[in-house]
Design a protein around this ligand. Structure first.
Ligand code: C5P
Length: 311
């Protein structure tokens, strides 16, 4: 069985002070995009993973070193498949084939999408039924959203979700050249910088209150400019402090016509909201010329969450 799950961006991301576990409370609006990871799974005598990476036009891309070096047992998709089987009391191993389209270690939750697709594919392959949100939380803070897809407000650590309606829009992702940024490193840097202050509509990060007010209205406003005016990412300053070239990419995206450009998640990918598809392609072409950008991708979102793709 094969399943797919989407990469994501954070339209807004409010981050609070770390708790006693060192985890940061988040209040974030996630949006899933059309870049999808696929995980095929089949029962096998031993655990194995084969991974390939495709561009948005279907071209084979080289796998980054960090993926080549990843031991099978450390792969989040394998951990997810194992967790489903453990919960169902099934003793089996499986062979996984992962097709990646979400840039690696970029702040777009590609690894979390692999895990979400693996949960759905494993459950279907072994005939197990369940509500997988709780299990997803144990694998990583972004996994529940990769399962759910569409657009949602994430509270607590971003892993408790309230679905929100949102218009589909054109998004440009500029993937940074060189290595990814480690999420813990960016969170540590965040702790060293002055804490962000927020406008009144950003509630305390731990609040379980559903999204309301101007951000909710802007998400369903067909005019993207209103949403652009409300986008922000508290982790941006920390990501830019770690990787100075990101400031140049953000600046280049806005001068090329993006309505808003910001670091995606904990970076180093930059995401830009385009006025429409054609301007999106123009913005991507300009960003592609920067030395600090490996590839620029135009895509759309919201997109569906994890789902079966056939056998
Ligand atoms: O949840 P995930 O495994 O993706 O998180 C990776 C690391 O990022 C955590 O170990 C933690 O250091 C940091 N993190 C955090 N606060 C969050 C999410 C992640 O500090 N809400």
């Amino acid at each position: 069985m094969k399943a797919s799950a989407p990469g994501k961006l954070n339209v807004t991301l409010a981050c609070g002070a770390p708790d006693e576990r060192g985890y940061h409370p988040l209040r974030t609006v996630f949006m899933a995009v059309d870049l999808r990871e696929e995980v095929a799974i089949a029962p096998a005598p031993a655990w194995s993973v084969r991974t390939r990476m495709l561009s948005e036009t279907g071209q084979e891309l080289a796998l980054p070193q960090e993926l080549l070096e990843l031991p099978t047992n450390a792969n989040l998709a394998v951990k997810a498949a194992k967790a489903v089987l453990r919960e169902a009391g099934i003793e089996s191993a499986a062979a996984l084939t992962i097709t990646k389209r979400v840039p690696v270690a970029g702040g777009m939750a590609g690894g979390s999408a692999d895990a979400a697709a693996a949960i759905v594919a494993t459950a279907a392959t072994f005939g197990v039924k369940g509500d997988w949100q709780q299990l997803a939380r144990t694998l990583g803070a972004d996994v529940p959203f990769a399962l759910a897809g569409n657009a949602a407000l994430g509270t607590v650590y971003g892993d408790h979700l309230f679905p929100v309606p949102a218009c589909r829009r054109h998004w440009v992702f500029a993937c940074a050249n060189g290595a990814g940024l480690s999420t813990p490193t960016v969170f540590k840097r965040f702790d060293q910088l002055p804490r962000p202050t927020h406008p009144s509509w950003v509630l305390p990060a731990t609040s379980l209150r559903p999204l309301e007010g101007q951000l909710g209205e802007a998400l369903i406003d067909p005019d993207p400019r209103r949403l652009a005016g409300l986008m922000f990412n508290d982790l941006q300053a920390a990501a830019v402090a770690e990787r100075g070239a990101l400031a140049e990419v953000i600046e280049a995206a806005t001068s090329a016509g993006a309505l808003c450009a910001q670091v995606s998640g904990s970076g180093p990918t930059v995401v830009a909201l385009a006025p429409d598809g054609e301007s999106g392609r123009r913005i991507a072409a300009k960003l592609q010329k920067l030395d600090s950008v490996a590839r620029a991708i135009v895509t759309q979102g919201p997109a569906l969450g994890a789902r079966i793709e056939g056998k």
